[in-house]
Ligand binder design. Sequence first.
Ligand SMILES: Nc1nc2c(ncn2[C@@H]2O[C@H](COP(=O)(O)OP(=O)(O)OP(=O)(O)O)[C@@H](O)[C@H]2O)c(=O)[nH]1
Ligand SMILES: [Mg+2]
Length: 353
Amino acid sequence: MRGFIDETIIEVRSGNGGPGHVSFRREKYVPRGGPDGGDGGKGGNVVFRVKNNLKTLSGLRYKRFFNAENGKRGAANKKHGRDGLDALIEVPPGTIIKNPDTDELIKDLTELSHEEEWVFLKGGKGGLGNSNFATSRKQTPHYAQPGLPGVERKIKVELNIIADIGFVGYPNAGKSSLLERLTNAHPRIASYAFTTKIPNLGVYRLGEQDLILADIPGIIEGASGGAGLGLRFLKHISRTRGLLFLIDLTDEDYLDSFPILLNELKTFSSELASRKRVILGTKMDVEGTEEALKKLAEKYKDEEVVGISVFSGKGIDGFNKLFYSMLSGIEENEKSADITKSGGLDIEEKSSS
Ligand SMILES: Nc1nc2c(ncn2[C@@H]2O[C@H](COP(=O)(O)OP(=O)(O)OP(=O)(O)O)[C@@H](O)[C@H]2O)c(=O)[nH]1
Ligand SMILES: [Mg+2]
């Protein structure tokens, strides 16, 4: 995933109404029964439903057409045709629907909460069967109405992606490497500082839900006061729900960087510094890091400290558990509505790359 805006174009169609039916009652000793053709069923609607466990539009990406079912024809005996099934399109909170040609807003689904639905296109009405048209003058009508046609539209579906977990650390700590290891993202990785200049996002599949991980540029001492690149992006992590502090165990001052990083966050926003967090000691494949990790864990007894290596794979399997524990309790506290409504990472940042 490159940018912060996920978008895709799809074509949707509501169902045609089913045609009304033409038939006449047939009974013993009644040579010419009255008209008994039933009405056609209604065409299915095109419906959007918001699902909190979705975080991207990947569910729409590989399916371009969403067609509701047509209503069924009416039948004899005034039997009503079955209504067509809706085309149900499930999207994450914060999804926006636009006209793909003019970019005009059609609907901002940010207003909807979990499981709420919005009917975009109504299906066509079913036609009336001939049983509706008998009059005293015309007792055997041989016509019924056709159903009304459905509606077809091409639309652009857009989503501001909001990160769930932010990676914080000095330059070169291994943040981008970890993102690449855990997700589908392919950020630039290099052995010099400030390789990452704008945040990279990746999707981590956690059971039924997608977690968006954000790798942000390295933060250095004085970031909150304007030093380095990290500052510009501190505002991005301010929307994340949990933070991973990456500390390079091969770094000389690995024992001191955590409070410095935390202090930068605090200076920027005290609320940020109180987010759920885990300290990751990185590059555990390098000699001497076992010892370093121990010292780190001893020094910050109140923190959760975990050792990992992207190279050897150490600790990588533990991320499922780690993310579950970071998110537990968060879901209920933060009504996801205010997270989604605060918008995502700015597209303006994307174009500055
Ligand atoms: N030995 C070892 N090196 C690693 C590991 N993970 C990353 N590195 C190396 O550390 C260097 C920095 O990695 P990046 O992922 O670019 O670090 P970053 O934190 O994103 O750096 P900035 O974008 O500059 O803030 C690269 O040379 C990586 O190959 C690891 O698990 N073990
Ligand atoms: Mg990086």
